[in-house]
Structures are given as structure tokens and as C-alpha cells.
Design a protein around this ligand. Structure first.
Ligand code: FAD
Length: 442
């Protein structure tokens, strides 16, 4: 066993001896696989395209301030996410409650409602029925059993079609449509939402409340803690371009022409980037199809420094002017508050300061936006999307196939999780599955 070796790409002619496993992608899934394999005495090389580890978790400092913020994954719920809970315990990581604000405001038609009730009071019976229908549908999902065996085709339609089918009042229909977490409800399968409820104990309230706890010292504390136990060779700035399998080994070639060989390899990169790697033999038709069509997780997170917001903090929700969800992260010592807003489906230009201000003012009419910042995951070549939200028809036709090994090549990553595909938890779920499978292999 070697100790962790972090190597920046310094040239095209590095010779590396054959390893037991090459892990492609140093996000949470790749890191946890490497940790588990190394702990069992296997030799591992991680090839990571970026100059940092962590992938879609990215705790970074905010230019011109003393602040840091989560540009990617942030919230966790140890009550419903046992694998994250185990990591928190393992490393004794500090977690903390956010400060989301107490003044709830919901866009409903052409009005903004104040208070906890997100629909006009006259529509409450329809809201009750709508939520009941969704929770009943979520109970039909048997967690972990292959999707295609469960007779769920009627639920693998777009969220918009599913919600329209419930025949609710316009206000309740509009409210339920907003649940696709910033993705287009016409483009997202209803099963994305229904399995979310299933993973949160069939509770819409628990799922909604999951955006509360976060790592006190950022997800960097999680990434650093795992990395400290990864006894592998880690190559940063190393973009994998080609994966070739022969009868007894896998050869991985990087974009700058280096080659690495191992007995097995794991592809732990986002599904939306699989198309940028060539495979010999080619991946299955279904894997190619999903990578070509791409998941529709177009949600983007915009950080904003705001002043002149209500003292209690505003919690905004609903189709306004492009920010579908707004909440306070914390109050700043220099004055003002740090808020995070979500947009998606191309409904807001995240580089347009005035458009962001107008979108925020739907919820907080006096607000001034002094600074915005974000990481554009949609334009990021090593993500090509945000958290995974899949199309209608995806789950019952393709999802199980995504994690099926092909020869010596295995597949991991949150995108492939049975039902935690929106979450860091999914990266751990699939990471442990692959590590267990590889360790059973002679
Ligand atoms: C804006 C945003 C907000 C989110 N909010 C939350 C949240 O609040 N809570 C939560 O639990 N989850 C959240 N998520 C989801 C969560 O961050 C992800 O599900 C999880 O981090 C994915 O981990 P992963 O290891 O599967 O994939 P990734 O983190 O994407 O890791 C894949 C790695 O592969 C690398 N890679 C890609 N292509 C190549 C290549 N060709 N060669 C080599 N390396 C390559 C990438 O650089 C990356 O490091 C959010 C995601 C985003 C984008």
C-alpha cells in the first residue's frame, strides 16, 4: 500500500504500473470506492479531470469577501440518509442548521401569498388530495427492486402530465408543478419526485425540510476527510478520453495521450459526460442513449448578497421571474444577508444582474442585490448538468441498465442511484455497491 499521492498533470509520458483498479472521476462516489478498495489492500489509481477533488460538491471562497459557499451539493438529512450519517460519525464532522428565514412567500397565479399555506385557503381540500395522491403513488415504489419489474409505467410520465391527471384546482396544480426542483415539469419524469418522497419516509414535509442541515466547514471537510484515507495514486488535471477492455485488463487513455492499465476500472463520472469518452467495446445501446439524450437536471444555484430584505428572512417559492426558490443561508457580519436562489430550465440568465434583482423582488420587493456568484454546472465540461433529473420513460426503460457492469468496467455515481440520484447520498450508495462487488471478485 502506498500513502495518498496527489499528482498534478505534468506531462504526457508518465509510466505507471498496472493497478488493481482505475477509478475515473474523483467525486464522492469515486473517492469512497477508492477508500474502500485501498482499505482492503487493493492498488488504486484515481484519474480526475479537474484540478480539485469533489466534483459536484464544491465549497469555495467568494471573491472579494471572507465568505465561503457551497457552489454545488450542500444539504444533508442524516435521518433519511444513513450513508451520509455514517460518514459524519466516522470523521466526527460538524454539521449545522441553516437560517432559511421565517417569512414564507409563494407565487400563486398573479399574486404572492404570505404565510405557510402555499395556496389560497379555498383550495385546501384540493391540496390535501393532491399531496395524498402523490404519497400514495410513492408507496407503490419498492426501493431497490429493479424499476422495470415494478409495473410503474403509468408513473414514468412527465411530472406535468401526472399532475394534470390529478384534476386539481389551478392554484394547487401550479404549486405541485413547482416541485420538480427547478427542472422543467414537462421534461421530468414524475418518478423523480415520487421516489424522493419514498426516500423521505413517504413524507412530502420531510422531503421539503431536507434543505436545512449542512456541513459547518463545508463539503470540503467531507472530501478532505475521505481523501485522507484514500491510499491511492490520484492524478488531477487528467481527462479520460478512451477506455479499452481486453480479455485480461482495462487500458485507460487520457486526452493528452497517457495510458493506465488495471484489472478493472470504474466509471464514476456524471452520465451527461459519458458521451465524451470512447469505449471499446462500445457501451450498451441503453447507456449510449441516456448519455446522448442527457438527463434534464438544469437546476442552477445562484448565491446573492442581499440588503433590505425583511429582518426575519424570506423563504420564497413558486414560478416568479426565474428564481423558483429563494432562501437565506446566513446573515453577514459586514451587513446584509447571504441568500441562495434556484433557477432552471433556462428561465433566468444567471449572468444578468438586473434579471436576478427583478426575480428576487418578486419575493422581497425592497431587496437590493449587491453581489451574485455561482458555478455554471450546465457549462462545466465535466458535469454538463446539475443534480440528475431524468426524462419521462427513463426509469422503467433505462435506469437499472446504467449501473450494470460491462466486462471489467463498472459504473458508479449519484446519477445511477435507485432513488437518491439528486443527492450526495446516491454517490455513497452506488460507491459502496461497486466497492463491495469488486471486493467479492477474485
Ligand atoms: C448546484 C447543485 C446543488 C446540489 N445540491 C445538493 C444538495 O443540497 N444536497 C445533496 O445531497 N446533493 C446535492 N447535489 C447533488 C450532489 O452534489 C451530487 O449528486 C454528487 O456530488 C455527485 O457525486 P458523484 O461522485 O456521483 O459525481 P461528481 O461529483 O460529478 O463526480 C464525478 C467526477 O468525475 C470527473 N470527470 C468527469 N469527466 C471526466 C473525465 N472524462 N475524466 C476524468 N474525470 C472526469 C468530474 O470532474 C468529477 O470530479 C447538488 C448538485 C448541484 C450541481
Amino acid at each position: 500500500m502506498t500513502s495518498t499521492t496527489l499528482l498534478k498533470n505534468r506531462g504526457a509520458h508518465m509510466s505507471v504500473q498496472r493497478q488493481d483498479t482505475i477509478v475515473i472521476g474523483g467525486g464522492l462516489a469515486g473517492l469512497v470506492i477508492a477508500r474502500e478498495l485501498c482499505a482492503a489492500g487493493r492498488s488504486v489509481t484515481i484519474l480526475e479531470a479537474r484540478s480539485r477533488l469533489g466534483g459536484r460538491v464544491y465549497f469555495d471562497s467568494v471573491k472579494g469577501t471572507d465568505e465561503s459557499a457551497e457552489l454545488g451539493g450542500q444539504w444533508i438529512d442524516p435521518n433519511y440518509q444513513p450513508l451520509i450519517a455514517a460518514e459524519i460519525n466516522r470523521y466526527n464532522l460538524e454539521i449545522t442548521h441553516g437560517d432559511p428565514g421565517t417569512e414564507q412567500r409563494t407565487v400563486s397565479g398573479d399574486q404572492v401569498l404570505h404565510g405557510m399555506l402555499p395556496i389560497p385557503p379555498d383550495d385546501i381540500v384540493d391540496l390535501e388530495r393532491g399531496v395524498w395522491e402523490c404519497l400514495a403513488a410513492s408507496r407503490r415504489i419498492e426501493y431497490g427492486r429493479p424499476w422495470e419489474e415494478q409495473g410503474l409505467d403509468d408513473l414514468d410520465v412527465s411530472w406535468a402530465e401526472y399532475v394534470r391527471g390529478l384534476k386539481l384546482s389551478p392554484a394547487v396544480e401550479e404549486y405541485l408543478m413547482t416541485w420538480t426542483s427547478a427542472s422543467d415539469p414537462e421534461q421530468s419524469s414524475a418518478l423523480n419526485i415520487l421516489v424522493l418522497f419514498a426516500t423521505f419516509g413517504h413524507s412530502a414535509w420531510a422531503a421539503y425540510n431536507s434543505m436545512e442541515l449542512k456541513f459547518t466547514h463545508g463539503t470540503a471537510s467531507l472530501v478532505d476527510a475521505i481523501t485522507s484515507e484514500v491510499r491511492a495514486e490520484i492524478h488531477l488535471d487528467t481527462v479520460v478520453a478512451h477506455v479499452e477492455q481486453s480479455a485480461d485488463e482495462v487500458t485507460v487513455t487520457t486526452a493528452d495521450g497517457r495510458t493506465f492499465t488495471a484489472t478493472t476500472a470504474v466509471l464514476a463520472t456524471p452520465v451527461n459526460t459519458w458521451e465524451d469518452v470512447t469505449f471499446s467495446p462500445p457501451l450498451s445501446e441503453a447507456k449510449q442513449e441516456v448519455s446522448r439524450l442527457k438527463h434534464v437536471g438544469t437546476g442552477q444555484k445562484i448565491w446573492m448578497q442581499l440588503t433590505d430584505t425583511p429582518a426575519g428572512g424570506v423563504l420564497g417559492w413558486g414560478f416568479g421571474k426565474g428564481v423558483n426558490w429563494l432562501l437565506r443561508d446566513r446573515q453577514l457580519s459586514e451587513g446584509g444577508d447571504l441568500y441562495v436562489g434556484f433557477t432552471g430550465g433556462g428561465s433566468l440568465d444567471v449572468d444578468d444582474h438586473d434579471a436576478i434583482r427583478d426575480a428576487v423582488r418578486v419575493f422581497a420587493p425592497e431587496a437590493e442585490v449587491t453581489r451574485t456568484f455561482e458555478h455554471n454546472w450546465l457549462k462545466d465540461p465535466y458535469a454538463k448538468g446539475g443534480w440528475a433529473v431524468f426524462r419521462p420513460g427513463h426509469f422503467t426503460r433505462f435506469h437499472s441498465e446504467l449501473s450494470r457492469p460491462e466486462g471489467r468496467l463498472h459504473f458508479a455515481g449519484a446519477d445511477l442511484s435507485f432513488g437518491q440520484q439528486l443527492w450526495m447520498e446516491g454517490a455513497f450508495e452506488t460507491g459502496f455497491q461497486v466497492a463491495d462487488r469488486l471486493l467479492r471478485r477474485k
